[in-house]
Structures are given as structure tokens and as C-alpha cells.
Design a protein around this ligand. Structure first.
Ligand SMILES: NC(=O)c1ccc[n+]([C@@H]2O[C@H](COP(=O)([O-])OP(=O)(O)OC[C@H]3O[C@@H](n4cnc5c(N)ncnc54)[C@H](O)[C@@H]3O)[C@@H](O)[C@H]2O)c1
Ligand SMILES: [Zn+2]
Length: 334
């Protein structure tokens, strides 16, 4: 299965195939130096399988976890690229989840003002969401994604078999972004979650449908000037919860799930979402101090003075953007 993301100056190719990681040359030109960036949590077997296919390959293995999306690691990789005399025609290949994808894309986008970049996302979250759309970044201390840019990979190779080694918690965490995609733009996708006895049996359809939602939105609004904001459904409160727990207590998708539950106004949709989230074994709410959530939203880069644009869903498959006064969210976060 192949999808193209057509952008103003660039087209990203996405291939979705089981075991695609084992024949990478069908998708990516590897006739150059290749820096494979991965982390310790990605099974070593995958590291080796990828490296074996690169004639001139190097492996950078970072620690696992959000802490890797940081300036020290970013600088360390740049230093290695420089020492190894990488040029703009050489390739950075991300092998891992969203942490590795975001970091590697930022490395590729900034080293010598931009070198070749491809990615093999290996978590459900990165396959469904973070590997496409071009947002790449590192965190500044605990402030997430505050230093970054838009830099699109030339190719994304999605091998559905790689997620078999994920913990169940990470596996379900990523699926929440697909539930979100269904709620904002694809009612059938949301209903698939409701109807499925076993969500795993529908993984390919879930990923393809969610990617099509993201493709369509990103193609219409590459730089998040307007429409693309609908992808942030559940994220205003979700990001705040993530930060309050210092990026350690809950995973990103889990926070998005809780954020959607808080912001939804339509009781019927809220009830249906609650049932889907329970099926995915993700939490429906967390304990936090409301003042901290409001303070965080005020500081968020997406807020504009006393207002923030939130996403609301009154009908499954359709999203609305609404500017709201941040203080009015106080009631919702209680
Ligand atoms: N760029 C975007 O548009 C975008 C969108 C959403 C989220 N994100 C970012 O993505 C990050 C979260 O991504 P994530 O949930 O993939 O987390 P992650 O990258 O930390 O991966 C989760 C864990 O799974 C391990 N892992 C990865 N692949 C594995 C595999 N196949 N088998 C076993 N273990 C594996 C990793 O080592 C890690 O410990 C956050 O930093 C978030 O900000 C970015
Ligand atoms: Zn998200």
C-alpha cells in the first residue's frame, strides 16, 4: 500500500507493508552514507536488520524515553555527522517511535541546512501520526517541542510487524491518535473501534484511515495556519496533563484521550468515546490541580493572549475550531 503526501515543495512517499523493513532498498536509496538513529528500547534485532542493508551505515543508539529529544543528544549526533564527514546528500534514517522521529528529523533538517531524511516508525503512535506531517523538534528542558521546524521525510516505511514487540500500553497509547482522527474526520474509523471485537485484527485499516485523515489535512494546510489545528483535538488539555506529570506519568496518546474526554460537550459522543477508551485500556481521567492546567495553557505556544483555539466535535467525523477564553476552560478541567 502506498500513499503520497503532496506538499508545496516536496512529496513524501509512505509505504505500508508487513516486513517492509527487511527490503528497504525497494523504498529508499541507500547508496550513500547512512546514519541510522534509534534508541535502546527498539529491539536490537531491528537495529541490525537495518544496518545490514546499508553498505556505508552507522548506528546511533540513544537512551529510550522523552529525555532523548533534547539539546545534548541533538548536539552529540550533529558532532558525529560532522566527524564522519556526512554531506547533504547523505541520509539520516530514523528507526523508532515519535521521540526518535522528531529528533532525527530535526537533526536532518538543520545539519548543513538540510540533508536527506527517511523514517521507519516502529510504534503505533509514530506510524499513525508523528512520522508524517513534517513537524520535527526537540524539547527545551521540560518544555515540549519548543525548538523545531517543518521538515518532511522523503520516505516513510511503515512495517506493521514491528509493533508486535511493543508493550500493550504503548500499543494502545498510539491507537488513541487514530480514535482522534476518526472523531474529527472519519466516522467509519471511529465506528471501527466501537464495533471491533479485537482491534488488533484491524490494525492496517486503522493506520491507513488515520494516515489518510492526516494527509488530507496536512496537504490543505502544511504549516498549521488554520485547518491543521483540528489535529490538535484533545491536545490543549492533554498537553497540559502531560507537562504537569513532567512527561513521565502518562504517555502522549493517553493524555490526548483524557483531553478529548474533558473538552467534549456532546454527552452522547463523550459516552461513546469513553467506551472506546476503556476498550483500549487507557485512563479516562487523571488527578491534577486545575490552576496548574490553566497556567500551562496560558504559557502554551498555541495560546494567543487570553484566548486559545480549541477543537470541538458535535458530530462524529466533523471538527470545529473555536476561539475560547482560557479562563472559561477552568470549568472543563475540574
Ligand atoms: N511530530 C509529530 O507530529 C508528533 C505527533 C505526536 C507525537 N509526537 C511525539 O512523539 C513522541 C512519542 O512517541 P512514541 O509514543 O512513539 O514514544 P517513543 O518514541 O518514546 O517510543 C515508546 C517506547 O517504545 C520503544 N519502542 C519503539 N519501537 C519499539 C518496538 N517496535 N518494539 C518495542 N519497543 C519499541 C521505545 O524505545 C520507547 O521506549 C513524543 O515526543 C511526542 O511529542 C510527535
Ligand atoms: Zn498528538
Amino acid at each position: 500500500m502506498e500513499l503520497d503526501i503532496q506538499l508545496t515543495e516536496h512529496t513524501s512517499k509512505i509505504y505500508i507493508e508487513r516486513d517492509a523493513r527487511l527490503h528497504l532498498k525497494d523504498y529508499v536509496n541507500l547508496d550513500c552514507k547512512v546514519m541510522v538513529i534509534t534508541d535502546q528500547g527498539v529491539p536490537k534485532q531491528y537495529h541490525q536488520e537495518i544496518l545490514d542493508q546499508c553498505e556505508n551505515g552507522y548506528l546511533y543508539v540513544a537512551k529510550q524515553g522523552e529525555g532523548t529529544k533534547s539539546f545534548p543528544v541533538y548536539e552529540d549526533i550533529l558532532q558525529k555527522l560532522l566527524e564522519l564527514n556526512f554531506s547533504r546528500k547523505d541520509l539520516v534514517l530514523a528507526l523508532g517511535g515519535g521521540v526518535i522521529g522528531d529528533l532525527s528529523g530535526f537533526v536532518a533538517g538543520t545539519f548543513k541546512r538540510g540533508m536527506r531524511f527517511a523514517s521507519i516508525p516502529t510504534t503505533t503512535l509514530s506510524q499513525i501520526d508523528s512520522s508524517i506531517g513534517g513537524k520535527v523538534a526537540v524539547n527545551l528542558g521540560e518544555v515540549k517541542n519548543v525548538v523545531g521546524t517543518f521538515y518532511h521525510p522523503e520516505v516513510v516505511v511503515i512495517d506493521l510487524n514491528t509493533v508486535k514487540t511493543l508493550t500493550r500500553r504503548h500499543y494502545h497509547n498510539g491507537l488513541v491518535e487514530a480514535v482522534k482522527a476518526g472523531l474529527i474526520a472519519d466516522a467509519k474509523l471511529f465506528e471501527l473501534f466501537e464495533k471491533a471485537d479485537n482491534v488488533d485484527d484491524h490494525l492496517e485499516e486503522i493506520i491507513v484511515r488515520a494516515l489518510k485523515v492526516k494527509k488530507s489535512v496536512v496537504e490543505q494546510d502544511e504549516k498549521e495556519e488554520n485547518l491543521r489545528k483540528i489535529l490538535n483535538f484533545g491536545h490543549t488539555i492533554g498537553h497540559a496533563i502531560e507537562s504537569i506529570y513532567h512527561l513521565e506519568g502518562y504517555y502522549h496518546g493517553e493524555c490526548v484521550g483524557m483531553g478529548m474526554m474533558k473538552i467534549l460537550e456532546n454527552p452522547k459522543i463523550k459516552e461513546r468515546l469513553g467506551r472506546v477508551l476503556l476498550k483500549l485500556e487507557v485512563p479516562l481521567e487523571a488527578e491534577y490541580d486545575t490552576d496548574e492546567v490553566i497556567d500551562f495553557i496560558k504559557k502554551d505556544k498555541k495560546a494567543n493572549g487570553d484566548y486559545v483555539t480549541i477543537v470541538q466535535v458535535d458530530k462524529i467525523g466533523e471538527a470545529k475550531l473555536l476561539p475560547v477564553e482560557i479562563e472559561s476552560l477552568r470549568g472543563k478541567t475540574l
